[in-house]
Design a protein around this ligand. Structure first.
Ligand SMILES: [Zn+2]
Length: 461
């Protein structure tokens, strides 16, 4: 059975766009700059909104002025940080394009691979691509260190969230970069091999490959990867555990275990979630910080919300949505993945003899990995649009999950818990509508409380 679009117009589009007169570099620079400009504009709107001294009246009743001002200052500091890191990443992208760093890096990857023992020396374009992937990933990770250091030890520290130590931070860096290389390299190999093997029919097979990876991620990440970073211990017997079990039984939630994670090791931010595939048993994970800050009933109200996501099939729909997204994305990638003019604009000459310089690479076949990177840039406008859509879907799901918890009888406790979380996490008290439409996966506190029919006398219970 075939899922992908095999209409002749894909082939037509493919040859239509393979045209030397298309200014590929200019288009990619344009999209990259436009995305930065658009996102910075949204951030600027939000920054201005946060400078307002007047807060929605609901906050004034629930959260003291000093906390509100601290929350606004925290959000402003975060926005400044985001604009700064986006500017660095924009500058890096422009440098990569202007100085033809892709072909240079490709030549270095070829030389590096050739210097390896014969068993590890790359014998094909895929082989060089893997060295290229490793070099680029490792460089990107190292280049991200100063910003991450600032975020953890200056920004988060200043607002009292950071609990990490320099030693833990370095451990995290080496573990996460190591994992990226150890797990990412075979994934990249699989993708490139599938495209090489199935040529223009690759779309279905790539979708299937990514689907299998997603299922593996769902099952393996919580069990094997996350414990590398945090300690997960079973929740002790007692009132909290009994009440969670009772809640799970009452809605036939297939609860396997309740685990407590030592989130306080790095930060005082708190959270709760569950893991497991849509049709298998689940583990509920509670941050130790959350247990400390909420009562048993409030915590159950939060779990009522989480269980709502499962009962209302949100995870399953998300999985289907992401499959459709991947199918559409790969179909579009299919249009450009053999586009000679695109590769040539970035210094990769395919199937033709020409004089070679450090900024030009001659190859017998398409370097698909480079194709993915360039396609990622061409896809930026679509991605921005998708971000609006996925944020909207996510916020709709959050309302539904809140409603589910309310129907379980947790309305008041959920409101109280949401207020506590908002206070403790220093959530933005003022929110710009455009900014939140793009970035917010959750509705704001006043929106959620209004939807839950919150009355202020609740807090006086
Ligand atoms: Zn939720």
């Amino acid at each position: 059975m075939r899922f992908s679009i095999t209409l002749p117009f894909i082939d037509k589009l493919e040859s239509y766009f393979d045209n030397r007169s298309v200014p590929w570099k200019l288009i990619i620079v344009g999209f990259t700059v436009a995305q930065f400009g658009f996102e910075s504009y949204l951030s600027y709107r939000q920054y201005k909104k946060l400078a307002e001294k007047a807060f929605p009246s609901l906050y004034k009743d629930e959260i003291d002025q000093a906390t509100l001002e601290k929350s606004a200052a925290y959000s402003r500091a975060n926005i400044k940080f985001t604009i700064f890191s986006d500017a660095i990443s924009l500058a890096t992208n422009l440098i990569v394009i202007h100085y033809d760093l892709f072909p240079r890096l490709w030549n270095w990857a070829t030389a590096f691979g050739a210097a390896m023992p014969s068993m590890l020396a790359p014998s094909s374009i895929i082989g060089v691509s893997l060295y290229f992937f490793i070099m680029v990933s490792a460089t990107t990770a190292v280049m991200g260190l100063p910003l991450d250091y600032y975020k953890t030890f200056v920004l988060e520290e200043k607002f009292g969230f950071n609990k990490s130590t320099l030693k833990l931070w370095w451990f995290d860096f080496f573990k996460s970069t190591g994992l990226l290389l150890v797990l990412g390299t075979p994934v990249v190999y699989g993708l490139l091999k599938i495209i090489e093997t199935f040529s223009s029919n690759f779309v279905d097979y790539v979708c299937l490959f990514i689907f299998v990876l997603q299922l593996l991620a769902f099952t393996l990440v919580p069990t094997y990867i996350m414990p590398l970073f945090n300690k997960f211990s079973p929740l002790e017997d007692g009132e909290l555990k009994t009440s969670i079990q009772k809640l799970a039984d009452s809605v036939q939630f297939p609860l396997d275990k309740v685990l407590v994670v030592d989130g306080s090791k790095r930060s005082t931010h708190s959270n709760a979630y569950f893991t497991g595939l849509p049709f298998t048993s689940k583990r509920i994970v509670l941050f130790d910080t959350l247990i400390k800050s909420t009562t048993t009933k409030e915590l159950n109200a939060i779990l009522g919300h989480e269980i709502g996501h499962w009962k209302l099939n949100h995870i399953l729909y998300r999985l289907v949505f992401s499959q459709l997204n991947i199918l559409a994305t790969m179909t579009m990638f299919r249009v450009v993945y053999r586009n000679k003019s695109l590769y040539q604009a970035f210094g990769f000459v395919v199937g033709r003899t020409t004089s070679l310089t450090p900024t030009r690479v001659l190859l017998p076949a398409f370097p698909t990995l480079i194709g993915f990177l360039l396609f990622g840039d061409l896809f930026r406008p679509v991605n921005c649009l998708l971000q609006f859509i996925s944020s909207l879907i996510s916020r709709t799901d959050e309302y539904a999950a809140d409603q589910f918890s309310k129907n379980l009888g947790y309305s008041d406790d959920l409101c109280k818990a949401l207020i506590i979380l908002c206070k403790e996490n220093l959530s933005s008290p003022n929110v710009d509508s455009w900014y939140s439409a793009y970035h917010y996966s959750h509705p704001t506190l006043p929106e959620r409380l209004a939807a839950l029919g919150y009355k202020q006398d609740v807090k006086k219970d």
